[in-house]
Design a protein around this ligand. Sequence first.
Ligand code: SAH
Ligand code: SF4
Length: 340
Amino acid sequence: MSSPEVLLGKSLPELTEWITQQGQPAYRGKQLYQWLYEKGATSLADITVFPQKWRQNQENTIIGRSSIYHYSTAPDRTRKYLLKLADGLIIEAVGIPTHKRLTVCVSSQVGCIMGCDFCATGKGGFTRNLKTHEIIDQILTVQNDFGERVSNVVFMGMGEPLLNLPEVIPAIKSINEDIGIGQRSITISTVGLPQKILELAHHQLQITFAVSLHASNQHIREKLIPSANHYPLSQLLAECREYVKITGRRVTFEYILLAGVNDLPQHAKELVQHLRGFQTHVNLIPYNPISEVDYQRPSQERVNDFLNRLKQENIAVSVRYSRGLEADAACGQLRATVDR
Ligand code: SAH
Ligand code: SF4
């Protein structure tokens, strides 16, 4: 049998076209659209307003939803899901409820090829890119499980989104237009790859764009992020400036704080020099421990000292304490396993 027709990710006009090709009246396109994106139908059998006989005949059509293989919930209600894809592979998604918000942290790939030294996903290697519908599914799954609307999406789960732009860009468009989440409430986080930031910029999205900087100089960056070898910090920063010019949106820099590695006063000073005059916001992320390496999270005092050194130089900065640590669902802890 040929590979199945996947409905998730299709727009209203596309669904309408598809359903009329199936010999159904055009208004069924709107119904299908609502059942997919609002009611969260997981299979055609769920869509009870459609003729039963017709549903039974759609053997080679799938909605494209995953199944929840496992989940764990942290005391702060952050919930990590292991989702099983059609081919049996497992990915992670995280639901993070905060006051009046529900943020979903989505994966863009199964694993990651970048191999960053501090990241559990990076330690596990790369398997494959996710399809558009496999990205959209993660949001609908969390929305359905929490029983409330998702307000924000962050591409901070497994994988490097800029290495999967052909699937990630349509996913963003669908999350925006079909699920109804504003582009500004969607964040892409990237470790940065030559030319890829500019490629993203040319899509002219109004999303929030975050770059994982993590180091104040090239030497430290190369130690933490192997690919930085081929991507000098100066080029990365130049391409980020270009991004701001092209999109009119600022860039957020993420900076993991690793005790004794990149959290010293001289590093704060170097960072300030790089960011002067830049339209930016810095997110400091105290390191979340993973078992494979022995980096340490800095003390609260060191974190505050680093924060204040940036503030004194009028750099917009905040500290992001990752949620979900107890469920192994915090940034960098996603590895798609049930037990450790
Ligand atoms: N590949 C992308 C997006 C996924 S990683 C990227 O690297 O940006 C999402 C965020 O989690 C990144 O900022 C990443 O640096 C951070 N992260 C990875 N491992 C971490 C750890 N052990 N502790 C805290 N943050 C971590
Ligand atoms: Fe990949 Fe991001 Fe982890 Fe680096 S930090 S290995 S780019 S997921």
